[in-house]
Write a new protein. Sequence first.
Length: 147
Amino acid sequence: MLIAIIGENCVGKSTLAKELASHFPSKIFVGKDFLRLERNPSVAKQTFQKMLAQSVCGENLIFVISEKEHIDLLPEGALRILLTADLDVIKERFKDRMRGFLPPPVEKMLERNHGTFDSVKCDFCLESGKYDINSVLESLNLLNFVK
């Protein structure tokens, strides 16, 4: 099974990935982690795309995506979960990451990027902090995504 968790910075994608992986064993790739698969970035990308395609009907894999171009790596059959959060929530979480200070240029960048994934095709749309992991797992079971 291949699950893609898609969303902006600081919406809780990695947290959701860890929650899902705690219920069924999964490899988790975040962002450009796939570049470690091979020395050559182009070859690493090809290797990762093959791995993604094989995981649709094989080994569990969760791909955490925060860059829009990585969505194009997903094969047909991947489960796509869009995770969203209010801009104020994102700013607070980013501020926490930066030890309590959110520089104005970073704040402007977050404002510019907010809503980047709103038009992305997804199977589930969850709002950060407002979903129940058991309901998500139940939905995955009903769709025969969990083995």
